[in-house]
Design a protein around this ligand. Sequence first.
Ligand code: GDP
Ligand code: MN
Length: 396
Amino acid sequence: MNIHEYQGKSILQSYDVPVQEGFVAETAEQAVVVAEELNRKFGTEIFVIKAQIHAGGRGKGGGVKIARSPAEAGEVAAGMLGMTLVTPQTGPAGKVVRKVLVARDVYYKGESDIKEYYLSVLLDRKRSSYVIMYSTEGGMDIEEVADKKPESIFTEVIDGTCCLHDFQKRTIAFRLGLSGRAFLEMTRFLGGLWEAFINSDASLIEINPLLKTSDDLILAVDCKVTLDDNALFRHTELAAMRDLNEEDPTEVEASESNLNYVKLDGDVGCMVNGAGLAMATMDLIQLSGGKPANFLDVGGGASAATVEAGFRIILRDTSVKAILVNIFGGIVRCDRVAAGIIEAYKSIGDISIPVIVRLQGTNAVEARELIDNSGLRVIAASTFTDAAEKVKAALS
Ligand code: GDP
Ligand code: MN
């Protein structure tokens, strides 16, 4: 699960990690109040208004703007709220801005003695370890840095104790070229960041840019956090940070029905049980000349109701030209799935696109009988190849 920048920063702050201070606002009036508050608390006179969407590259798309008074902060916020922000990471459709972060300008006292760095904590699956990746080149895409200046990217591997050792904090601060107070601030920053990462069960915290101010403070200016979905049950306060506006509505509906659904851009809808079979089925569709319109795993314990919900979700996608149901009856019985398909047909009304069904395993014979006797226009397939040929025929 991804969260917003302002939420990520609040996690960091709860571990005493210094961030560019600010508060979230949902209206222009709130933005003015926040700016006035920052002025009272810190004497802030220049503000940064940042669009809160689950995508980076906001700076390039006009989602990060400066304001020189609380009134101007309100005007900038008014312009940003409700706009569709297109950045290199949102895709051409963009994302609607519903919240802005009003923060203190931290690039104060000119740009000469400030410095931007890149820093992220993430899981490196190849190394089976957490790593801290960091670079002297902050503020731009790390992919771009990797391309143009790979020698400026460093990695610190966290060992099996899952501790970030003091010598590692010093190595990082040293390689970033810091000294004096900034060096100490960086080691302190890293200690808190690591605690925040490990205690939140995060899989990524990316800070780009990480800033050294002109008075040698180290601050998180940006913050991207991904939390491990499988650990959210033990962090109710973090689970509450979920913003459904940022997620695909169909995927949200699917997760409410316990379906594992990912929308893709092909033309053949597929409903499968088990992730492995689902992947194989997508390959099968590809081989038969189609393109999968989705990944849908109904799970091992699919009921007639889940199958029906799955059908509804697949059919909402107007690019779907055929549906392939590929179920191996293990724990889930094929006749139950067949009953779900029949129910879906009845309740959704006339399904006009071809539906190819392959049911194998427990109670496959009973399932076939149910479907044959239902009078529905369902094309039954027995083997993988058979299913592939029938999908091909349905598409032509
Ligand atoms: P992203 O573009 O979505 O990654 O958003 P960031 O939070 O990284 O901000 C983009 C850029 O805005 C940063 O790289 C900075 O150059 C700039 N920026 C962010 N905060 C401030 C600030 O307080 N003052 C000034 N002058 N620029 C800022
Ligand atoms: Mn950034």
